[in-house]
Design a protein around this ligand. Structure first.
Ligand code: GDP
Ligand code: MN
Length: 377
């Protein structure tokens, strides 16, 4: 799960990291009101779940109140990489001398958190990593030891932190690590971490992503979720209790179990087709969930064929059949539906579906192949 910059900054502030003074607004008048409580110059920042806002014109510095009004007016409603700006953050602008990058991510290779630091902050770190990897420091954090002082010193020397900012930098790096661990982040970064003209350290941008599987123990993070920033069909799917990820192909796949769903996508690709989604209806799916899954998959306008791949263990095939019949009745479905339905209660299911226009096949390959043929329209 992602959150907005102002929310990440709120978490970092709670951890004692220095953040510029500021607040959010959702209208131009409100922005001006917030700005009146701050001293100029003020930076006006779009709050959307995408990076590179600066380059897209979504971050602007205002030297006067008139400029605050003009920038807020220009940024609110702006479309940045498909995200509409509904909120702006107004902050006292920092006097930037240097822009650094610090962040923690989970490294899947070492299965440990890694500290990443670079003096080439401000721009996208992926670009720095690809073009000038020598400008990046990586320090694996041993979970049993935590972030060690020698690693913090190594980072400080690598980044050439001035003496005046050393204390704040050391504190900030430790605090960012603590926030990363305690909030179950998959990513926590400050970019840029700014060295000001006076030699102080301050966090001018913040980004945090969380491990969805850990959200159960973080109601405070769940409360920060902004549904409007997420794929609408994925939001509906979450509410219906099915795992759905939208993709770009034409074959809508409805499968039980994440492993089988992945395998189904592979088989579709093997026969030259493109899956429109990943969808796992879960282990104990009921008819209603199947109906809901069909509704979600078919509301994607690029889908022209449906492929069901059900291996009934805990899921009962008759419940799936009931869900399909229910969906056919409730939604006006005119797409071809290919079914591979085996396992618990498969005979009952077949009987229920007799006489319908559904295409029932025995094996996963047959079903995938037929779906691919049908999708070529
Ligand atoms: P991003 O482009 O989405 O990563 O947004 P950032 O918050 O990182 O802002 C992009 C750039 O705007 C930064 O790299 C800075 O150059 C500039 N910027 C951000 N905050 C300030 C500020 O307080 N003062 C000044 N002068 N520039 C800022
Ligand atoms: Mn940034």
């Amino acid at each position: 799960m992602k959150i907005h910059e102002f929310q990440a900054k709120q978490i970092l502030r709670e951890h004692g990291i220095p953040i510029p003074k500021g607040d959010v607004a959702t209208s131009v008048d409100e922005a001006v009101k917030v700005a009146k409580g701050l001293s100029l110059p003020i930076v006006v920042k779009s709050q959307v779940h995408v990076g590179g806002r600066g380059k897209a014109g979504g971050v602007k510095v205002a030297k006067t109140m008139d400029e605050v009004r003009a920038h807020a007016d220009a940024i609110l409603g702006m479309d940045i990489k498909g995200c509409i700006v509904r909120t702006v953050l107004l902050e006292e602008a920092a006097d930037i001398k240097e822009e650094l990058y610090i962040g923690f991510v989970i490294d899947r290779a070492s299965k440990k958190p890694v500290l990443i630091a670079s003096a080439a902050g401000g721009v996208e770190i992926e670009k720095v990593a690809a073009e000038t990897p020598e400008k990046i420091l990586q320090e694996v954090v041993e979970p049993s030891l935590g972030l060690c002082d020698f690693q913090v010193r190594r980072a400080a020397f690598f980044l050439k932190i001035p003496k005046s900012g050393m204390k704040t930098f050391t504190y900030t790096l430790h605090a960012l690590h603590i926030a990363f661990i305690s909030k179950d982040c998959s990513l926590a970064e400050i970019n840029p971490l700014v060295i000001t003209g006076e030699g102080n350290v301050i966090a001018c941008d913040a980004k945090m992503n969380f491990d969805d599987n850990a959200l159960g123990r973080h109601p405070e993070l769940e409360a920060m979720r902004d549904d409007r920033e997420e794929e609408p069909l994925e939001v509906e799917a979450r509410r219906a209790g099915v795992n759905y990820v939208k993709l770009d192909g034409k074959i809508g796949c409805i499968v039980n179990g994440a492993g089988l769903a992945m395998a189904t996508m592979d088989v579709v690709k093997h026969f030259g087709g493109e899956p429109a989604n990943f969808l796992d209806i879960g282990g104990g799916a009921k008819a209603d969930q199947v109906t809901e899954a069909l509704r979600i998959v078919t509301s994607d306008p690029t889908v022209n064929t449906i492929l069901f791949n059900i291996f009934g263990g805990i899921v009962r095939c008759d419940r799936v059949a009931e869900g399909i019949l229910q969906a056919k009745e409730r939604l006006s479905l005119d797409l071809p539906i290919v079914l591979r339905l085996v396992g618990t209660n498969q005979r009952e299911a077949r009987k229920m579906l007799e006489g319908t226009d559904l295409i029932m096949l025995e094996t996963m390959s047959e079903a995938a192949q037929r779906a691919v043929e049908l999708s070529r329209r």
